[in-house]
Design a protein. Structure first.
Length: 244
């Protein structure tokens, strides 16, 4: 079996998703989102197998440009599984991407995500690896924290979750945390807390100092996520020390 063209692969995969739609499973997935999300309800194991099959068929044949054509075609379908599969496929080729990929990523966050699930699919698989390869893009992503679009701001925080082993990336992550400190959106507060929790796994002392210094302004949701793996005693101590 040869390699399909990007557009043919997208047509085939969209047909697969529609054939595997399950209303009951879709309703179950919807429970994880506050906003209405278009979901086919395809069984996860079948979806994963389908994506792995495509990855095997196009390996060595497609370029990043082909993956982008495929992704853009998948994005025309509003369903979670279609767009997520498009992002994951670009992720398979991101190691060869240049800094110009940042613009489509921003556009996808701004116009095609619409829920935390797609942000958390796109960003770790495409944006974070791009930043590791092209660290000069970090300042642009830090700047996304000022975006009026919720999903772009969440992307700015989630981008650094998997990069905390790099001191420069950790510095950028803490800068994003400061810039988003007054953000009232629950999904932003959770994302910042997640990022800080990962920072604390690498350098707990720095996280504790940050929380003690900025604690009164830190949303309680962010604080809870940041320290949720600490001992009961330490969590109580930090909560008491950071009361506003």
């Amino acid at each position: 079996m040869g390699s399909p063209s990007p557009l043919q692969a997208a047509r085939d995969d969209l047909a697969f998703l529609k054939a595997g739609a399950n209303e009951a499973r879709a309703a179950s997935f919807q429970r994880y989102f506050k906003e209405p999300v278009a979901i086919y309800g395809v069984e996860h194991k079948a979806l994963k197998a389908r994506r792995e099959e495509l990855a095997a068929r196009v390996r060595g044949a497609w370029t990043l440009d082909d993956a982008l054509v495929y992704c853009e075609a998948m994005l025309e379908d509003p369903h979670l599984e279609a767009r997520g599969t498009g992002f994951q496929t670009v992720g398979d080729f991101v190691a060869k991407a240049g800094p110009e990929l940042l613009e489509p990523i921003h556009r996808w966050l701004e116009s095609y995500c619409g829920n935390w699930g797609l942000v958390d699919n796109l960003v770790p698989s495409v944006l974070s690896p791009l930043l590791r390869t092209h660290p000069h893009l970090v300042s642009d992503v830090v700047g996304w924290s000022a975006s009026p679009v919720l999903w772009v701001r969440r992307g700015a925080a989630v981008a650094f979750v998997n990069l905390m082993d790099d001191p420069a990336m950790m510095d950028a992550g803490y800068e994003v945390a400061l810039r988003l400190q007054d953000d009232g959106q629950d999904l932003i507060q959770k994302a910042v807390g997640w990022m800080l929790r990962e920072a604390g796994k690498v350098d707990r002392h720095r996280l504790e100092e940050f929380l003690l210094h900025h604690g009164p302004r830190t949303p309680r949701t962010t604080l809870r996520y940041a320290i949720e793996k600490w001992s009961k005693e330490d969590r109580a101590r930090i909560r008491e020390a950071t009361k506003g």
